[in-house]
Design a protein around this ligand. Sequence first.
Ligand code: HXC
Length: 257
Amino acid sequence: LTRQYVKADVDGQIGRIRLNRPERYNALNRTMIREIVKVMEQFDQDETVAVIVLSGEGKSFSAGADIDEMVDATPISMELLDPFADWDRISRLHKPLIAAVHGFVLGGGFELALACDLIYATPETQFGFPEVGLGVMPGAGGTQRLTRRIGRTRALEWLWTGERMLAPEAERLGIINRVFASEQFEQDVMTRAHQIAAQPPISVRLIKDAVDKAGDLSLQDGMDHERRNFYLLFGTADQTEGMQAFLEKRQPTFKGN
Ligand code: HXC
């Protein structure tokens, strides 16, 4: 895979993806989205990778979808192109996906962060959905994912005004997980990523699978699903090791099976 707009590498068990179109504030064109999703899928299948971290090169995470590319679109051209099919693949990934964002996180850039499992940001990060000012609206899950996080009233005001919000406020509202100081942002994010990577991976995977169901299923159906995953974990060596280590008062050594 030749990658024009993303950089990717592996650090320990962390697969890192960096949006790399800094001269355009990492505006997301279709090739770029396809590259991001392809690398994500590669890491998801790679046994040496436990956690995926997505960040942006340059001054910002991303200023949104590439407006140059959208300006001449028609309903039919978009129906035929189906640009969101690539985005949909993100929610089918199994491994923890962390968005580590800074600078502007706007429009499609914000939607990309919201499609990840966890969001960490520097204090100066600005989040917003400016689409309304372009005569459109979010199209990659923004209205749905934002509303699920902060409720209808707050989501509407924000989407209608197109205003930007700073990271501490986004943290207070539960849109993002945590704010880390800019000076040591990368280290703090990696510490967190390594912490999750050290957990038994099948537990991590089935927890994500069960939590995802909480948004879609009734409480009882969700609990039934949770129970199946719980039972499944008793088929892993890591369950035996985790519980045995507790009883023997020692640290567990997880093998990932
Ligand atoms: C294309 C973009 C861009 C974008 C910035 N650029 N954002 N190009 N699409 N989304 C380009 C600028 O045109 C400019 O190119 C260069 O990047 C630097 O940007 P400036 O505007 O000169 O910088 P600055 O004054 O610092 O302002 C930064 C900014 C502003 C606040 C981020 O660029 C901005 O408002 N951008 C658009 C944000 C936006 O509306 N996003 C939503 C897009 S719609 P040149 O060639 O002049 O140097 C969307 C829909 C999602 O995301 C639907 C699902 C995918």
